[in-house]
Design a protein around this ligand. Structure first.
Ligand code: URQ
Ligand code: ZN
Ligand code: ZN
Length: 586
C-alpha cells in the first residue's frame, strides 16, 4: 500500500483521533441549489451538523475556511484507469489516477469496464474490481460497456444491476468499428434492456462507418499525421450520431446519457432532439473540451499533436470551448467529466505514420474543476451553484448516489472540497500528479482551486499538501431506478433540499433539461421558501450580478471580480511563487 510521504502515519487505514472529528468553520457552503454561510461538523466520515454555533466535542480538528467555499467533492463520471486499448495501456492506474483526482478536488470517480467483443461482461467486471479495489484513494463506481450483443449479454446485464454487482449504467459505442461498436439494431436492443432494468444507457456518439471510410481515403491521400484524426470525424459525424442515438432511445422509450460531447453541432443536435424526447437525455462534456481546442492537431511536433488525440476529437473551431461552457451554464449540457485516458509518449507513437493507430485519450481528472472554474465562474458565465451541479451533484443524481454523494448536508458522506477562489497556479506536467509527462493544459494559469480535500472524513489534501492513502477508497454500488432518471424526483439542478411545499402541485421535474416556465416559477418559489440559502441563479438563468452590483448575500467575502475589494482579506494566494515557498496570503 502506498501513502504520500507526508501522510499521517497509518497502521492500516483506520486513522483515529483528529482524523475522526473535523470542523470546517467560517466557510460558505455551496450546494447545487443554494449558498449559506455555515460551519460543517464531521465525525466518522459523515457530515453530522451544518449550521452556526455548533456544539463541538473535544479532540476535534478545526479548519478555518474564512473566504473559502465549502462544496461537495467533485464527482467525475468518466475515467479510464488501467484501460488496455489500441495496443497500449493507460498510464494512470487506479492509484495514480485517483490520487490526481483528489489533488484537483474530485472525491468520487466512475470508471468504465470495457469487455472485448465476445468477452463475458461479468469476467471483465471482476478484472476491473481486481485492478481497482486495493488501489483507489477515493470512492469509485463502475459503468459497464456493452461491446457486443447476444442473449448472454442481456442476461449478464440483468446480473450486473443486481445488488451483488451494483452497476446501473451501460455504455454502447457507435464508433471504434473494429473494437467495441454496435450496429443500430443491437444498440436498440441494449437500450431496451437498460430501460427494462431501470439502468441508464450511455453512448459514444460518432458514426463509425463514416470514420472508417474517411480514414481509408485520408491515408490513401497521404494524410497520416494527427491532423488526420479530426479530419476523419468532423462535427457533423458526431452530431449525426447524437441525433441517431436520441431517435433510437425514443423508439426504445429509454433515457439516454451522451458521453463526451465535443462540439457545437452535437449540442445543437441534442437541443433539437430534447424537444421531442419522451425520456430524459443528459449531455456530458469534458475538461478538455472547455479547456483547449483542436488547433493543436496542426502542431508540427508529433508528440504534442498526438497527445491531444481523443474521440470525438477536439474541434479546430476556437469558439468551441466558450460555447460548451455556455451550454453547461444554461443546461443545454448537464455535466462535465474528464474522460481521463492518458498514454505515455511511446504508446502514442504507435500512431506515427498512421493517425488511426494513435491511442485515443487525454488527461483531465486532476484539472477538471480548476479549468471549469477558470473558464466559467471567473468569466461570470456560471455561478458557483451551477458549478457544483455540473461537477458533482448532477452526476450523483443521475447515477443514484445522491445525497450520499454530491451534497454538503447532514448524513451525507464527508466528501468535501474547501475551495479557494483566489488560489492561483499554472498547470504543468512537472507539477501534476498524473503518471504521464504531458498535460494538455500545460502553461494555463488558473485562479481557483482546492485548499483542502476531505475524502470520507479524512483530510487528503491538507492546505495544499497531498496526503492520500492507497486503498482508502471503496467501491460504490450504484442502484438502478434513479429517481432523477426514471421519475419521482424534482428536476436536476433545481432540486430543493426541502420536500415540495404543499402549495406546489407537484415536484419540479425537468423532463429533458428544458425547464418550462412553470418549472422555473416553482424553482424560484422553492429557493425563496428556503430563505437564507440563495445567491445562485437557476441553471438556465445565467443570472449573474451586473458589474458593480453588490451581492446582498455577501457577508464575508466575494468571489467575483466586480466585488473583489469588499471582502475582509483582499489577497491572492500564490503557491510556491518564483524563488521559493509561498509566503501565504499577501
Ligand atoms: O472513447 C472513450 O471514451 C475512450 C475509450 C477513449 N477516450 C477517448 O478517446 N474519448
Ligand atoms: Zn467514448
Ligand atoms: Zn471515455
Amino acid at each position: 500500500m502506498t501513502v504520500d510521504a507526508t501522510a499521517t502515519s497509518v497502521s492500516g487505514i483506520n486513522i483515529k483521533s483528529s482524523q475522526n472529528r473535523l470542523l470546517i468553520k467560517n466557510g460558505r457552503v455551496v450546494n447545487d441549489d443554494g449558498v449559506e454561510d455555515s460551519d460543517v461538523y464531521i465525525e466518522d466520515g459523515i457530515i453530522k451538523q451544518v449550521g452556526r454555533n455548533l456544539i463541538i466535542p473535544g479532540g476535534t480538528r478545526t479548519i478555518d475556511a474564512t473566504g473559502k467555499l465549502v462544496m461537495p467533492g467533485g464527482i467525475d463520471p468518466h475515467t479510464h484507469f488501467e484501460l488496455e486499448m489500441m495496443g497500449a495501456k493507460t498510464a494512470d492506474d487506479f492509484y495514480k489516477g485517483t490520487r490526481a483526482a483528489v489533488a484537483g478536488g474530485t472525491t468520487t470517480v466512475i470508471d468504465f469496464v470495457l469487455p472485448q467483443k465476445g468477452q463475458s461482461l461479468l469476467e471483465a467486471y471482476a478484472n476491473w474490481r481486481e485492478k481497482a479495489d486495493n488501489k483507489v484513494c477515493c470512492d469509485y463506481g463502475l459503468h459497464v460497456g456493452v461491446t457486443w450483443w447476444s442473449p448472454s449479454v442481456k442476461k449478464e446485464m440483468e446480473q450486473l444491476v443486481s445488488e451483488q454487482y451494483g452497476v446501473n449504467s451501460f455504455k454502447m459505442f457507435m464508433a471504434y468499428r473494429d473494437a467495441w461498436m454496435l450496429d443500430d439494431y443491437d444498440l436498440y436492443c441494449a437500450m431496451e434492456t437498460c430501460t427494462l432494468l431501470k439502468a441508464l444507457p450511455q453512448v459514444h456518439a460518432e458514426n463509425g462507418h463514416i470514420i472508417a471510410r474517411n480514414t481509408e481515403k485520408l491515408l490513401t491521400a497521404g494524410v497520416t499525421g494527427p491532423e488526420g484524426h479530426e479530419m476523419s470525424r468532423d462535427e457533423e459525424v458526431e452530431a449525426e450520431a447524437v441525433n441517431r442515438a436520441c431517435v433510437i432511445a425514443n423508439q426504445a422509450n429509454s433515457p439516454l446519457y451522451i458521453v463526451h460531447m465535443m462540439s457545437k453541432s452535437a449540442v445543437e443536435a441534442l437541443d433539437l432532439a430534447r424537444k421531442r424526447q419522451k425520456q430524459p437525455v443528459f449531455g456530458e462534456t469534458l475538461a478538455a473540451t472547455v479547456g483547449t481546442d483542436g488547433t493543436h492537431y496542426r502542431n508540427s511536433c508529433f508528440r504534442h499533436a498526438a497527445a491531444h488525440v481523443l474521440s470525438p476529437p477536439l474541434r479546430p473551431d476556437t469558439r468551441t470551448p466558450q460555447a460548451m461552457v455556455e451550454a453547461l451554464a444554461d443546461d443545454r449540457l448537464q455535466l462535465i467529466g474528464s474522460d481521463n485516458c492518458t498514454f505515455h509518449e511511446k504508446d502514442k507513437e504507435l500512431g506515427k505514420g498512421n493517425f488511426s493507430k494513435i491511442p485515443n485519450g487525454v488527461n483531465g481528472v486532476e484539472d477538471r474543476m480548476s479549468i471549469l472554474w477558470e473558464k466559467a465562474v471567473n468569466t461570470d458565465t456560471m455561478d458557483p451553484c451551477r458549478f457544483v451541479a455540473v461537477t458533482s451533484s448532477t452526476a450523483a443524481k443521475v447515477f443514484n448516489l445522491w445525497p450520499q454523494k454530491g451534497r454538503v448536508a447532514v448524513n451525507s458522506d464527508a466528501d468535501i472540497v474547501v475551495w479557494d477562489p483566489r488560489l492561483e497556479r499554472t498547470i504543468t506536467a512537472a507539477a501534476h500528479k498524473h503518471a504521464v509527462d504531458f498535460n494538455i493544459f500545460e502553461g494555463q494559469r488558473v485562479t481557483g482551486g482546492p485548499q483542502y480535500v476531505i475524502v470520507n472524513g479524512r483530510v487528503c489534501l491538507d492546505d495544499g499538501e497531498l496526503r492520500v492513502v492507497e486503498g482508502l477508497g471503496k467501491f460504490l454500488k450504484t442502484p438502478p431506478n434513479s429517481p432523477f432518471v426514471y421519475g419521482g424526483a424534482p428536476s436536476i439542478g433545481k432540486q430543493q433540499s426541502a420536500p415540495p411545499s404543499p402549495q406546489q402541485e407537484s415536484p419540479v421535474r425537468v423532463t429533458n433539461g428544458t425547464p418550462t416556465p412553470t418549472d422555473l416559477m416553482l424553482v424560484n418559489k422553492q429557493l425563496e421558501a428556503l430563505g437564507s440559502v440563495s445567491g445562485c441563479s437557476t441553471p438556465t438563468g445565467r443570472k449573474m450580478r451586473e458589474p458593480g452590483q453588490r451581492d446582498l448575500q455577501n457577508s464575508t467575502f466575494s468571489i467575483s471580480k466586480e466585488i473583489e475589494g469588499l471582502d475582509t482579506k483582499t489577497s491572492v494566494r500564490v503557491r510556491n511563487p518564483p524563488g521559493g515557498k509561498s509566503s501565504g496570503l499577501w
